[in-house]
Design a protein around this ligand. Structure first.
Ligand code: GDP
Ligand code: MG
Length: 302
């Protein structure tokens, strides 16, 4: 009997959703960042083994969302839920062990809307590797249990792999019978163009200081695999909402942009399995985060 189904990953930003998905896929499809709100679009990852195929939907963080773009993100996250066979709520247990007051604040708003979807809920209590003093996990588990009586809790470390096999095995109980929908070597339903743009955006996150990347978007303007066989020639534009950010992105004599470009190029080449020539441009487009037409063009709006 073969199984096929979808699983929605939700949880506060930085909980480890992308890390978990990448672990199941054995490679990187969703971008991981030490800062919250990296996953802007919904990214799917396709897990395939001999007996099952699961499409994981990595949803954007559904907390502290503001502005037009974020309203869209919020909707997209809840849409992912209603169609899924199971919901995995990821949370950062190390954070709540250290700051107990955050647990109610961040988790409580999720309980009711998730229950309303009628989907089975597994709560992956993540980052247990960071809790050196293991008994510190107990009060976190107890408070979660009280807050969410109908959920099942599984301690995991998405980063190190502890508990992730158990979580997967439990998830499979909720996945219905069905043939695989995707070829076994396909790892995402996202087009490679989109994934390339995400890789560039991730590099921006790593190279720049706080906040700035939240007002940046990356657009692939040209993608040419014909001119030079064996090489993908890619032109991408980094849009930023503020003039003074342009200089920061570019850096002294272009040093920062060069670094972003060369790191992203390597990763995109790995993704595509061919050589990549990447050209990056930076353009200022003020107010883009509130511009519905532009958001739509970037795949960020309705
Ligand atoms: P997302 O916003 O929920 O998608 O979170 P990410 O997957 O981007 O992870 C956020 C940060 O937490 C990154 O720095 C990850 O490396 C880190 N992280 C995720 N899972 C774990 C874990 O199990 N243990 C530890 N120590 N760090 C983790
Ligand atoms: Mg993410």
């Amino acid at each position: 009997m073969h199984k096929f189904g979808t699983v929605a990953l939700i949880g506060p930003p930085n909980a480890g959703k992308s890390t978990l998905m990448n672990r199941y896929l054995g490679q990187k499809v969703a971008i991981v960042s030490p800062r919250p709100q990296t996953t802007r679009n919904r990214i799917s990852g396709i897990y395939t083994d001999d007996d099952a195929q699961i499409v994981f939907l990595d949803t954007p963080g559904i907390h502290q969302l503001r502005g037009k773009m974020n309203r869209f993100l919020l909707e997209s996250a809840w849409n992912a839920l209603s169609g899924a066979d199971a919901v995995v709520v990821l949370l950062d247990a190390a954070l709540y062990a250290a700051k107990p007051q955050l647990l109610e604040k961040e988790i409580k708003p999720l309980v009711k809307p998730v229950a309303e979807t009628g989907r089975p809920v597994l709560v992956a209590v993540n980052k247990v590797d960071r809790i050196k003093d293991k008994p510190a996990l107990l009060p976190v588990m107890a408070r979660l249990g009280a807050l969410w009586p109908e959920a099942e809790f599984i301690p995991v470390s998405a980063l190190r792999g502890q508990g992730t096999e158990e979580l997967l095995a439990r998830l499979l109980d909720f996945i219905p019978e069905g043939p695989p929908m995707f070829p076994e070597d396909q790892i995402s339903t996202a087009p490679v163009r989109f994934m390339a743009a995400e890789i560039i955006r991730e590099r921006l996150f790593y190279s720049l200081r706080q906040e700035l990347p939240y007002s940046t978007a990356v657009e692939i303007e040209a993608w040419d695999e014909q001119t030079r066989p064996g090489t993908a020639i890619i032109n991408a534009v980094i849009y930023t909402a503020q003039k003074n950010h342009k200089g920061m992105i570019i850096g002294k004599q272009g040093s920062n942009l060069k670094k972003i470009g060369s790191e992203a190029r390597k990763e995109i080449a790995e993704l595509l399995g061919c050589k990549v020539h990447l050209e990056l441009w930076v353009k200022v487009r003020s107010g883009w985060t509130e511009d519905p037409g532009f958001l739509r063009a970037m795949g960020l709006g309705e």
